[in-house]
Design a protein around this ligand. Structure first.
Ligand SMILES: [Zn+2]
Length: 108
């Protein structure tokens, strides 16, 4: 059950990362074609900003994928839902809100 939820999260993070990577690639191509100059062209500055945003979003999506993978590993280990710091069970509500949480609320 938890596994299904995690796999679903993994898939959505993965498709998000793929979309962002594609957008980023398109942006690179567009900025190369227009030969935009980040320093002097206002258009170039916008592209630079957009690129920074997409890069940050992509990094976040990839990090989420890694977190979910880690959670899946803990499901296999039988350590899922147990705080990595104090060894106590992580509250149900917390796991519902953050299925890949590694620490209980007290330790987070
Ligand atoms: Zn704890």
């Amino acid at each position: 059950m938890v596994r299904d939820e995690l796999l679903r999260l993994r898939a959505s993070a993965e498709s998000e990362a793929a979309t962002l990577a594609r957008d980023l690639q398109a942006l690179f191509t567009a900025s190369r074609d227009s030969n935009a100059d980040d320093e002097h062209d206002p258009e170039g500055a916008t592209i630079g900003f957009e690129r920074a945003q997409l890069t940050a979003l992509l990094a976040a999506a990839r990090e989420r994928m890694a977190e979910v993978d880690e959670a899946l590993r803990r499901v296999d280990d039988g350590t899922y839902g147990i705080c990595e710091r104090c060894g106590r069970p992580i509250a149900e509500e917390r796991l519902t809100a953050r299925p890949f949480a590694r620490h209980c609320i007290a330790c987070a």
